[in-house]
Design a protein around this ligand. Structure first.
Ligand SMILES: *Cc1c(COP(=O)(O)O)cnc(C)c1O
Length: 360
């Protein structure tokens, strides 16, 4: 069996033990005579899956009781609209931090619903750093503050979570949720598309403080009102059942390996190998400021676009897939989410060193 090391930014690698477990259970789930995809979402077996998935996520992230976990669809992109539709209910104002392409999309969408202010931005330097933030920068009347904790395309990450005082903090964590321990109580709402660190595409996870639910306007579509999903345990309509099952297997895998503390240790170790390789190299450089570097997405460039292109081609031939950088940044990008094994990162680092010798 040939498996490659897939450095895709998303959909990305899933842990091999998770895929094997899914394969083992595929055609006859727990003696039901059917697959999870064929189970009624109202069945006892599926009820157990969704309840276990939620409980495992609560355990992994130590989610406090006053937070709801919602399993919805539409991707993180739909949350760009859902968040303002549900949360802009007092002043109608929200403060956004612009740290990259995904933040920009979130801002553009939110502007359809209220008075949106960009309080800080790193666009002046091509989003290569996380701007410094302090409490006095935020409007105390704002209904929420929005940040993108990990910028998938640009490779930056908030190593400290800003203090927004009494204003609820909303975070798009699509590309770094579950990569390290997290104090959920610092946030009003967290959302993430599943296809980076949780499971297959099609599932979106929302973690929301109860007091932020129930304020959507009467014209808010039922499916976009958090209350709908909160009141029904994410079973108002047919949820993405197989995605929830796969997420449950990923959560079990995380728990078994030692939880987020151990996952964070591994992620630090993996990222260090790549960043050290870049630092020691005279061919490769990182565009990102040192104090803002992501542990999940590592963009880097060589000395020319031609060398970048041969790097990507030769890497692919060596079983190192999808290293092409995002079209807006160019060069290369190694996405090394939770499921990327240490061996994959080591293989990339030695490939980079070999490549450099040949191209000097
Ligand atoms: C991938 C990504 C998105 C878009 O997610 P979809 O589920 O495809 O809508 C949004 N924000 C961030 C930070 C991402 O990494």
């Amino acid at each position: 069996m040939k498996r490659v090391y897939n450095f895709s930014a998303g959909p990305s690698m899933l842990p091999l033990p998770v895929l094997e477990k899914a394969q083992e259970e595929l055609i006859n789930y727990k003696n039901s005579g059917m697959s999870v995809m064929e189970l009624s979402h109202r069945s006892g077996l599926f009820t157990n899956i969704i309840m276990e998935a939620e409980q495992l996520l609560r355990d992994l992230l130590s989610i406090p009781n006053e937070y709801k976990v919602l399993f919805v669809q539409g991707g993180a992109s739909q949350q760009f609209a859902t968040v303002p539709m549900n949360l802009l209910h007092n002043s109608g104002k929200a403060d956004y931090v612009n740290t990259g392409s995904w933040s920009k999309k979130a801002i553009k969408e939110a502007k359809k619903f209220g008075d949106i202010r960009v309080v800080a931005s790193s666009e002046d330097k091509n989003f290569t750093y996380i701007p410094a933030l302090s409490k006095d920068m935020f409007d105390p009347e704002a209904d929420y503050v929005h940040i993108t904790t990990n910028n998938t395309i640009e490779g930056t990450y908030f190593s400290t979570i800003p203090d927004t005082g009494d204003v609820p903090l909303v975070a798009d964590m699509s590309s770094n949720i579950l990569s390290e321990e997290l104090d959920v109580s610092k946030f009003g709402l967290i959302y993430a598309g599943a296809q980076k660190n949780i499971g297959p595409a099609g599932l979106t996870v929302v973690i929301v403080r109860e007091n932020l639910i129930g304020h959507a306007s009467d014209t808010c579509p039922t499916m976009l009102d958090y209350k709908t999903h909160s009141n029904s345990g994410s079973l108002y309509n047919t949820p993405p059942t197989y995605g929830i099952y796969m997420a449950k297997l990923v959560f079990e895998w995380l728990k078994k390996l030692g939880g987020l503390k151990e996952m964070a240790r591994r992620n630090q170790q993996k990222a260090k190998i790549i960043y050290d390789t870049i630092e020691e190299s005279s061919l490769f450089t990182s565009p990102v400021q040192k104090n803002s570097r992501s542990l999940m997405n590592i963009p880097f460039i060589s000395s020319s676009a031609e060398i970048d292109a041969s790097f990507i081609e030769e890497a692919q031939a060596a079983g190192l897939e999808t290293l092409k950088g995002h079209r807006s940044v160019g060069g290369m990008r190694a996405s090394i989410y939770n499921a990327m094994p240490l061996e994959g990162v080591e293989a990339l680092a030695s490939f980079m060193k070999e490549f450099e010798k040949k191209h000097k």
